[in-house]
Write a protein that binds this ligand. Structure first.
Ligand code: ZN
Ligand code: ZN
Length: 499
């Protein structure tokens, strides 16, 4: 008997957590529901770590299931640990709405993912400052250990507290088993590297899960191959995303490249662009735009970190410029500071002891400081026509150092669709007005999700008996498939369905 339980992704975009029970138990993704989180939380109103998973459960962010959550959190809240009750998690890709709550899972539950997903999760874990990012390792919390020398106890911290998670990196179309369920990962096109759809064989039927996918990006062929391979598996059940089921058209990366090239080629001044941090296809688009317009794309340290790990598929680290911002004491560029009672420039300090400057940066950032292709605000100030500067929301403050007299700001992102995003969008506009930058955004974003006709065509080709729409707010649009004798089943949140 095979059953499906949907703990997220129902009537909402993201938060996918789908449990398959057969001769084995596995979860498809274990992501965060942004819509549910936004109902209760904001930047400075976050769940407490001291209450383990209980704040999350209280607010309906995590389901209460025995034997899946990390033992250190449970014990701290006086809950008995029950041992692992599932055999694994299949991760479709490393966007937060599919992966974030892995943080709360037991470290001995294997997580199956592609190499690129692993690289990105590692990067998030190592380069972000937010809590709840134990994605590839688990930092055991709330434990005391005996002191080595004196009597008494100390907190378990640092390297000793780290436990590697059971991560299994899976290649394209490699056969593997979770419990006794057979699985294959099919790489697909999406707005970050390493996205995969899943072809699953339980004891009774084949199930196909799309994760997030599109057919209009650079890896369209991979999505098309997935459709063919999925059809070959003759699935009875298909769990499909439907983010853009109500849209008919898709802007492509090529459209953006052409349009941006045209705009920038006739302009010699300062150009900034904002695109999603982990969307390396978009990075490639603006890398091409920079090449077409005799400029160099400038990325931040977090993007440099990812590029360094994903060699081969994307521009090399030496083919872009890396922006080093002023941090903490801000001793980079032309700044001065007081040294032993005297005012001296940063360059002198660096000669004396480079460590004084390095101290401003996190350990992972320091390895980039000595590269020849690093730049600071000074370079952007002196030769604005040489670069395309990636400048996201949090980097707008760099404009104060760069002091552009005029310029172009390309917003290559999804349109703001909720209150918080609109508030930030207004702030972006205020910054741009302050620095005399012209906002260009129309036709500058390609979605990571397939359009309605593309999704429907893929389903018709795969020809499952039943379709469960997830990751959508428009599931009724799938009803048109009933003409093709495909049954549309609306999953209920936390409801178990025997397939
Ligand atoms: Zn998603
Ligand atoms: Zn996604």
């Amino acid at each position: 008997m095979t059953s499906l339980s949907f703990y997220g992704g129902v009537d909402e975009i993201g938060g996918n957590k789908i449990l398959i029970k057969d001769k084995g138990r596995l979860f498809l993704d274990f992501g965060m529901s942004f819509s549910q989180a936004k109902r209760f939380l904001s930047e400075f109103l976050q769940p407490r770590k001291c209450n383990g998973i209980l704040d999350f459960v209280e607010l309906g962010l995590l389901p209460w299931i025995k034997g899946i959550y990390r033992e250190d959190y449970l014990r701290h809240c006086g809950i008995k640990d029950e041992g692992p009750s599932i055999d694994g998690i299949l991760l479709s890709h490393s966007h937060m709405d599919h992966s974030a709550y892995i943080h709360h899972l037991r470290e001995d539950i294997p997580i199956y993912m592609t190499r690129e997903s692993y690289v990105i999760m590692k990067a998030i874990e190592e380069t972000s400052k937010t809590s709840f990012t134990d994605l590839t390792t688990l930092k055991k919390t709330f434990h005391f250990i005996p002191k080595a020398r004196d009597s008494g106890y100390k907190r378990l911290e640092g390297r000793k507290a780290r436990i590697e998670r059971e991560i299994r990196v899976i290649g394209s179309y490699e056969d593997f088993e979770v419990g006794e369920i057979k699985v294959k990962f099919a790489p697909v096109d999406h707005s970050l590297p390493g996205a995969a759809s899943h072809i699953i064989e339980t004891s009774e039927e084949a199930i196909v899960y799309t994760g997030d996918l599109r057919f209009h990006g650079r890896r369209e062929k991979e999505s098309k191959r997935f459709v063919k391979e999925a059809r070959r598996a003759s699935p009875t059940t298909m769990i499909t995303e439907g983010t853009r089921i109500d849209s008919n058209k898709s802007i492509t990366e090529r459209d953006i490249e052409e349009k941006a090239t045209k705009i920038i080629s006739s302009f010699k001044g300062f150009v900034a662009v904002d695109y999603p941090l982990r969307d390396l296809d978009r990075l490639l688009t603006f890398y091409n735009v920079a090449k077409n317009t005799d400029r160099t794309l400038v990325v931040n340290l977090k993007q440099a970190y990812i590029l360094e790990q994903l060699i081969g598929d994307y521009p090399g680290l030496d083919e872009v410029a890396i922006y080093i911002p002023r941090k903490n004491w801000g001793l980079i560029g032309e700044s001065c500071t007081c040294f032993n009672g005297e005012w001296i420039p940063a360059s002198e300090i660096e000669k004396m002891n480079p460590y004084y400057i390095r101290r401003d940066y996190d350990k992972w950032e320091r390895e980039f400081l000595d590269l020849e292709n690093t730049i600071t605000y000074k370079d952007l100030q002196e030769e604005p026509g040489e670069y395309i500067f990636r400048c996201d929301f949090f980097e707008l403050k760099e404009l104060i150092d760069i002091k552009p007299e005029e310029g172009i700001y390309i917003r290559s992102m999804t349109e703001p669709f909720d209150e918080e995003m609109i508030i930030d969008y207004v702030k972006v506009k205020n910054w741009l007005k302050h620095f005399n930058l012209t906002l260009i955004e129309e036709g500058m974003h390609a979605s990571g999700h397939a359009s309605g006709p593309e999704i429907l065509e893929a389903i018709r080709e795969i020809e499952p008996e039943k379709v469960y729409p997830v990751h959508t707010e428009n599931k009724e649009k799938f009803k048109t498939l009933e003409k093709d004798k495909i049954k549309i089943i609306s999953p209920k949140k936390e409801g178990e369905i025997i397939t």
